[in-house]
Design a protein around this ligand. Structure first.
Ligand SMILES: C[S@@+](CC[C@H](N)C(=O)[O-])C[C@H]1O[C@@H](n2cnc3c(N)ncnc32)[C@H](O)[C@@H]1O
Length: 249
């Protein structure tokens, strides 16, 4: 009897190294968000999908496995600053019989303008833990989580790059913590013309995770409306409460 292909990466086949971030609650919540959005992703029919900060390769491998049965010709690209993560991601991809181009770089800097305006799906679980600023980008495993003030150093640098890389129909899935002030991130993206939605909310003993999805807002009327910080924060709180209510019903 032939074995059924896995829907997402098999954690037992995900390669590991002590200097590489091991899949954790944030990685699982991001893959759950992709699973919840699988049908939409397939209908979205992406040509190029990308991950920034691929770590062990758990997320990019899961994304490939989710799309591959219906969309076998999608291209995948992933980056990480950690050269060992790049190697480990390649091993994870190979263990699942799938392929992606892995580039060792800061965010997407050494790709230059190559994928600009071409990325249809971007997924990111950034280093989001609030830490002293000097820990950001340090060598070794600390760079996997060290996010500087409010955990936002890398996230804030990433947002304009993501805007530049995403295609007109591009979707962006981002892991945030409540201590990253996700409403502020939504406001920053709003100012760049993006709409947003909460896809997954998860509270663990250690952290409150919110997985956000962004897309370019085609609604001229809502784009012309000036969004104040206060109104976006209350819109975000309402959205989060109604999301949590639905979850517990
Ligand atoms: C929280 S871990 C997530 C790893 C993996 N995506 C997952 O969900 O298991 C963040 C990853 O981003 C990488 N990273 C940190 N700063 C980066 C940067 N400036 N550019 C690209 N990758 C970065 C880290 O090396 C780490 O692998």
């Amino acid at each position: 009897m032939s074995e059924k292909p896995p829907r997402i990466a098999d954690i037992m086949r995900v390669s590991s190294h002590r200097e590489v971030y091991e899949p954790c609650d944030d990685s699982f919540a991001l893959v759950d968000a992709l699973l919840a959005d699988q049908t939409n992703l397939i209908n979205h029919n992406p040509n190029l999908c990308m991950e920034i900060g691929c770590g062990s390769g758990y997320v990019i491998t899961s994304l490939i496995l989710l799309l591959k049965p219906k969309l076998p010709n999608v291209h995948y690209l992933a980056t990480d600053t950690n050269p060992i993560a790049a190697r480990v991601t390649n091993q994870t991809l190979e263990a699942h019989g799938v392929k992606a181009e892995i580039v060792c770089t800061d965010i997407a800097s050494c790709l230059e303008e190559r994928p600009a305006g071409l990325v249809d799906v971007m997924v990111v679980s950034p280093p989001y833990v609030p830490t002293p600023e000097y820990e950001v980008g340090m060598e070794g495993i600390a760079s996997a989580w060290a996010g500087g003030e409010n955990g936002r150093s890398v996230i804030d640098r990433m947002l304009p790059v993501v805007d530049r890389l995403l295609s007109e129909k591009g979707w962006f899935y981002l892991v945030t913590l409540s201590s990253n002030y996700p409403a502020e991130i939504c406001l920053m993206m709003r100012k760049r013309g993006f709409a947003w939605r909460i896809l997954v909310q998860r509270s663990t003993e250690e952290e409150n995770l919110v997985i956000l999805k962004f897309w370019r807002d085609g609604d001229e009327v809502s784009l012309e409306k000036e969004t104040s910080t206060a109104s976006l924060v209350s819109e975000f709180s309402r959205s989060l409460s109604s999301f949590m209510e639905k979850q517990w019903r």
